[in-house]
Design a protein around this ligand. Structure first.
Ligand code: PGA
Length: 270
């Protein structure tokens, strides 16, 4: 696991963007797993800038981690788009780059048959040969995607009930400013499972801010547990890059070691 610590959000975003751009350059038809939330916005802004300077997304395929259940990309009903993750991705990234519409995959929160739909979503990932690089944030309750505490570490794409903490955090971040009453937020979401995420060949997790410091330490240095689903990162067999700002890294026991390893690898060109 490469744990990279940077002074602030901007430097964290710079590093993570370089990792993603590196994949796109070395494998122009790569499959990216993407995440929503406040954390990746800086990365998406930088990818847009890189696209303006020539980074080509025309062959890239993407799969998003999750979507609220009950809302989504229904162009017949534009009001449904407001808080959907489909809208978020469109506004924050897709409409600014040359990705093909048919290469974008976001769980459809409007499906009437979530169970068979989720199986279909998994099949689509399989059909393209799996995800090369999965971008992830970290929830304050330790979730990846919407895999709330208690989700099995082998879980697959499915419908999942959201915790009070996730509802509170997402209400503050995304719903409040649109004056949407909290009781109108979706209480369920479709999310890739932890088992699905672990099959991605490479993982890139980004976390910033002191509010997440305790969870970062538990996730990376604590026991693996379904109560902190992102602790499954410790089971991943591919390349793992975790990029933190100093505040998010502040409760790690072994941060000096991580800084030392990063320097060693740089010095030896690894
Ligand atoms: P945030 O969410 O980026 O909005 O903090 C992260 C997550 O819930 O995975």
């Amino acid at each position: 696991m490469d744990i990279i610590i940077r002074d602030h959000y901007e430097a964290m975003s710079d590093y993570a963007t370089e990792v993603i751009a590196g994949y796109v350059k070395s494998k122009p038809d790569c499959v990216l797993g993407l995440a929503t939330g406040g954390t990746p916005i800086g990365v998406y802004q930088r990818l847009i800038q890189m696209h303006q300077q020539g980074l080509d997304f025309s062959q890239v395929k993407t799969f998003n981690l999750d979507e609220y259940y009950g809302i989504g990309m229904d162009l017949e009903k534009p009001y449904n788009l407001d808080q959907s993750y489909a809208r978020f991705m469109h506004e924050e990234l897709f409409k600014h780059i040359n990705i093909k519409k048919e290469n974008i995959h976001i769980p459809n929160g409007l499906t009437k048959e979530p169970e068979s739909y989720c199986q279909w979503y998994e099949k689509q990932i399989e059909k393209v040969g799996g995800i090369d690089l999965q971008l992830l944030g970290l929830g304050r309750d330790g979730h990846w995607g919407f895999n709330e505490p208690g989700s099995s570490l082998g879980s697959r794409t499915r419908l999942q009930a959201l915790t009070e903490q996730t509802l509170d955090d997402n209400y503050e971040a995304f719903y409040k400013k649109s004056n949407i009453p909290k009781d109108q937020m979706p209480y369920f979401a479709i999310t890739m499972g932890i088992g699905t995420i672990l099959e991605a060949r490479n993982i890139l997790m980004i976390v910033n801010g002191a509010k997440k410091a305790e969870m970062v330490a538990k996730c990376l240095e604590g026991p693996i547990t379904s109560q902190i689903t992102a602790s499954a990162i410790q089971l991943h067999s591919g390349r793992i890059t975790v990029v933190l700002d100093k505040a998010a890294a502040s409760q790690l026991q072994h941060s000096n070691h991580y800084v030392h390893v990063e320097k060693l690898k740089r010095d030896y060109g690894l």
